[in-house]
Design a protein around this ligand. Structure first.
Ligand code: NAD
Length: 363
């Protein structure tokens, strides 16, 4: 088992990464007893996994309530928040009690947001069950829900009390769910430039037989290492910039364009698929602006191709700009864009949106 502790202005929290964590005493250690626990779990998480959590919580002397969440980005909205809040109120969840988010990034964003506003703030714990939420969404304190106008437009900054990342949860993920996470992993590799970047370059040079990436989740040690490596990069930025006012913006690499593509696809393309497309398109724009050497773009495209992740974009850059205008990161007519100079070297550039459009449109 690996541990990573994150510092926040309101105290520290630990991310536990291991296999069959829910059979260990780690929950008992973190959870004060005699608190009611309202567990919101994604409907696609295997029942056995949910029951392991329930039993672990009971061993920690907690009253447990289970609430089934209908999966999908289309349910990441205020309606879901209100539904869960009413249920929680009905069973008597008060300020001294806690929420457990058991699912992917959608469940942790919704439950993280609800926890920050329910009775003006209650504790919450995160149990990421997708690889994407394990390598990214489970830490950093950002949460929120979508509006019809765009993604994550309602939300707060609110950290969990602990994150229990149990790799046993990933056994039921399909190929698309695994690949979904790899776009974010490549983002962290580009930002870090160290061992993680080398890992992906090695994969592109020596791909596994039949491009089978299930080994990433079937080899527990490899899964733990990958999660730990990504979260360690994220930790560096979120600890310095809790409220996303400066350097943390680099974590948005691929997300300005990625969020636009996600909304334009009516959320039929997944977050991770859009981030991969967004990384390539944003890198191409920064090559066009003269900030990035073309070899970086070529390496990234080759990594995604080897991983079997499509970087084709079905939408026109001209149309994406309309969505970039409603992006939270916009300030007036300009936007902060993270630019990778070379792997491990980056800058945040403030660019006029109409000027950026020119560079996005150019091939
Ligand atoms: P998701 O939560 O929709 O999960 C993807 C799919 O996997 C869903 O169909 C879900 O039902 C299913 N699933 C979940 N666990 C499973 C399991 N163990 N076995 C089988 N199926 C399972 O999506 P995601 O890719 O995990 O996360 C994407 C969301 O996270 C987006 O809304 C994105 O904006 C958000 N996000 C937030 C942050 C953050 O810092 N807050 C960071 C990255 C992404």
């Amino acid at each position: 088992m690996k541990n990573l502790t994150l510092k926040t202005p309101r105290g520290n929290y630990t991310v536990y990464v291991g296999n069959v964590l829910f059979l260990s005493d780690v929950i008992k250690k973190e959870l004060f007893s005699n608190r009611k626990v309202f567990v919101v779990f994604d409907e696609n998480v295997p029942t056995e996994f949910v029951y392991n959590i329930k039993n672990a919580l009971k061993r920690a002397n907690s009253d447990v309530f289970l609430h089934n969440f209908s999966s999908g980005e289309e349910n990441k909205n205020l309606e879901s928040v209100l539904k869960i809040a009413s249920k929680a109120f009905e069973v008597g969840i008060t300020r001294k009690d806690v929420f457990f988010a058991v699912g992917g990034g959608v469940v942790s964003d919704v439950v993280g947001f609800l926890s920050s506003v329910y009775m003006r703030g209650v504790g919450f714990y995160c149990v990421p069950t997708t690889l994407l939420s394990a390598v990214d969404a489970c830490v950093g304190g950002k949460n929120g829900v979508d509006l019809p106008e765009g993604k994550n437009l309602i939300g707060t900054f609110y950290n969990p009390e602990a994150v229990f990342c149990d790799t046993a949860a990933f056994a039921s993920l399909n190929e698309r769910d695994i690949k979904n996470a790899l776009g974010e992993c490549v983002k962290y590799a580009l930002i870090d430039g160290g061992k993680l970047w080398k890992y992906f370059i090695d994969i592109s040079l020596n791909p596994p037989e039949n491009n089978d990436y299930r080994h990433i989740i079937s080899d527990n040690q490899l899964t733990e290492k990958l999660i730990f490596a990504c979260l360690s990069v994220k930790k560096r930025f979120v600890e310095k910039d809790q409220f996303d006012k400066g350097e943390r913006a680099v974590l948005n690499l691929g997300h300005t364009v990625g969020h636009a593509i996600e909304a334009m696809s009516d959320y039929k393309l997944s977050h991770g698929e859009c981030v991969a497309k967004g990384i390539v398109q944003e890198l191409r724009a920064s090559v066009n602006m003269g900030f990035t050497d073309k070899s970086v773009l070529t390496d990234v495209i080759s990594i995604f191709e080897t991983l079997g992740i499509s970087t084709d974009n079905p939408f026109l850059a001209e149309d994406e700009i309309e969505y970039i205008y409603v992006d939270k990161k916009r300030a007036g007519d300009s936007i902060n864009i993270p630019v990778i100079i070379s792997p491990g070297e980056y800058e945040i550039k403030n660019i006029g949106i109409s000027e950026y459009k020119e560079f996005l449109c150019r091939l």
